[in-house]
Design a protein around this ligand. Structure first.
Ligand code: NOJ
Length: 533
């Protein structure tokens, strides 16, 4: 639409995992005033937008992804006034704010679910969730074979009151996270008012949690490998929901956006979420799941660009999130220097990600080069760890609170004299603190700041096209017009860079050759790589 500023198309977005970002009141849990006090840090980092994980009232069984009230703030995180202050402060600094909406499930403590439990079988209240009779004699077996993402069956049995039948309710995640029934018109209407509540307050965007699961096959069939249509993933009805939301967003002034958290079998499946009249973006997790390989990166880039271009959308790139092993550890090699290699690779991957057209999503702490923490089993809090009986490692290791200063209690995450942070920080955490890295011009933080600044100033002026140039095995060479080249070396030998001026290198050892596990940006005069082809 002419006159629109589609800021999200090329934004660098920073994921604030609120519980672990900055604690202002000393309870060991990050909060909105803590975030507000660190907005300047984010502005100076050079990102364009923040995505804040859920801060709504919640029993915190899944750390906020179990919402008991969609239009308020949990006292642990502050008040609605604190949210408004974060929004206003961010806007004053030129930062957009994306909030996290959780429409697939509520908390079991949500008034709607409590009413459903009280109302009994066949009631309209139960119709807003998925209550079903069990199978077999006495309905003692779950309605089907669906499994919870955190382990165990996706159904929990509810004994009937006097004279009433037992039923089971669906929860694709924890049993305290019952799935909403989006076939019920009341659910759609309620969410439209939730959307309006936050859009009226001025949020710039919405991240849609588990966006591909909202529609379920009304026959509730067993899940069978190889079935043409999954009973609850990426069903056609789900797109009608986002069409309705898009119309709501478009009716607001300014450029409001929504990004779907979805997984699909391929890039084309994901691109269905960003067709005209639906979501603006969809997270592209392919990179986050791939090993360190130039060939794999090449394939992901090509598949992603082909798929989003076919629907005229813009791509997203994600290296890390609060659900995944941190990049440094994911790319670490075995052996004593493993994490050092992991850090070199993480820095190189960042340069590749930032050199691509589209938006880049950065997870808090990646700019400090934080590794995954091996949280002692007794301190782990992730429901995936708890509910799976320890068979899933859980995601606590990437969620350890941010080290702001060395030497201070909780590394400056909480004020002095506070409760211990909700997840323990390792001994070495302070060495990686923001304060220490700000003093060191060769730190990962300094590198991130430089890369983000160049991305905004220099790369922001490049055309949207990108070509993958032929290159030696183990390397990847991307070119954008006019005259920009990014080279990545995943091989085991040094690689020859293109003729041109070095803009930025990920390695501390720049020379005439590009060492293994590094990447660099070059300017090659006025060369037009894309249009020449
Ligand atoms: C995806 C979120 O990122 C994750 O943290 C959460 O556990 C699930 N959705 C369930 O809401």
């Amino acid at each position: 639409m002419p006159g629109r500023d589609e800021w999200w198309r090329n934004a660098a977005c920073y994921e604030v995992y609120l519980r672990s970002f900055a604690d202002s009141d000393g309870d060991g849990i990050g909060d909105l005033p803590g975030l507000r006090s660190r907005l300047r840090y984010l502005r100076d980092l050079g990102v364009d937008a923040l995505w804040i994980t859920p801060f709504y009232p919640s029993p915190q069984v899944d750390h906020g992804y179990d919402v008991s009230d969609y239009t308020d703030v949990d006292p642990r995180f502050g008040t609605l006034g604190d949210f408004d202050a974060v929004l206003e402060g961010a806007h004053q600094m030129g930062l957009r704010v994306i909030i996290d909406l959780v429409p697939n499930h509520t908390s079991a403590q949500h008034t709607g679910f409590r009413a459903a439990m009280a109302a009994g079988p066949g009631s309209p209240e139960r119709g807003r969730y998925h209550f079903r009779p069990g199978q077999g004699r006495g309905g003692l077996r779950p309605p089907n074979n669906w499994r919870s993402a955190f382990g165990g069956p996706a159904w929990t049995r509810v004994p009937g009151a006097e004279g009433q039948a037992d039923e089971w309710y669906l929860h694709l995640h924890h049993q305290e996270q019952p799935d909403l029934n989006w076939a019920s018109p009341a659910v759609g209407d309620e969410f439209e008012s939730v959307l309006r509540f936050w859009l009226d307050r001025g949020v710039d965007g919405l991240r849609i949690d588990v966006a591909m699961c909202l529609a379920k096959d009304p026959r509730y069939p067993d899940l069978r490998r190889g079935d043409d249509r999954h009973p609850y993933h990426n069903r056609p009805e789900v797109h009608e929901i986002y069409g309705r939301w898009r119309a709501v967003l478009d009716s607001y002034p300014g450029d409001r956006m929504m990004i779907a958290e979805a997984v699909a079998p391929d890039a084309a499946g994901l691109a269905r979420y960003v067709r005209a009249g639906e979501c603006h973006q969809v997270f592209n997790f392919a990179w986050l799941e791939t090993r360190w390989s130039a060939a794999d990166f090449r394939r992901i880039i090509k598949d992603t660009l082909d798929a989003v271009r076919a629907v005229n959308a813009s791509p997203t790139w994600v290296l890390a999130s609060h659900d995944a092993v941190r990049t440094v550890s994911r790319y670490a090699t075995s052996g004593p220097n493993g994490n050092a290699v992991g850090l070199e690779r993480a820095r190189a991957a960042l340069l590749v990600m930032l050199s691509l057209p589209g938006s880049a999503y950065v997870f808090q702490g990646e700019e400090l080069g934080l590794p995954q923490v091996d949280v002692p089993p007794s301190a782990r809090r992730d429901p995936a760890w708890v509910q799976s009986g320890g068979s899933m490692p859980g995601r606590d290791g990437c969620r350890v609170p941010i080290p702001w200063n060395k030497g201070e209690q909780s590394c400056g995450f909480s004020p002095a004299g506070s409760s211990a942070p909700w997840l323990p920080q390792p001994q070495s955490w302070g060495e990686l603190s923001v304060a220490d890295q700000e003093r060191d011009s060769s730190s990962t933080l300094a590198f991130y700041r430089k890369a983000l600044r160049i991305r905004r100033t220099v790369l922001g002026g490049l055309d949207d096209g990108v070509v993958i140039l032929p290159s030696a095995p183990g390397t990847l060479v991307l070119a954008r017009d006019p005259g920009f080249i990014c080279v990545l070396n995943c091989g085991s030998r040094p690689a020859r860079p293109p003729a041109g001026d070095l803009i930025l290198s990920s390695t501390h050892r720049p020379g005439s050759l590009l060492p293994p596990n590094s990447a660099a940006w070059f300017h090659t005069g006025g060369t037009n790589w894309v249009s020449r082809r």
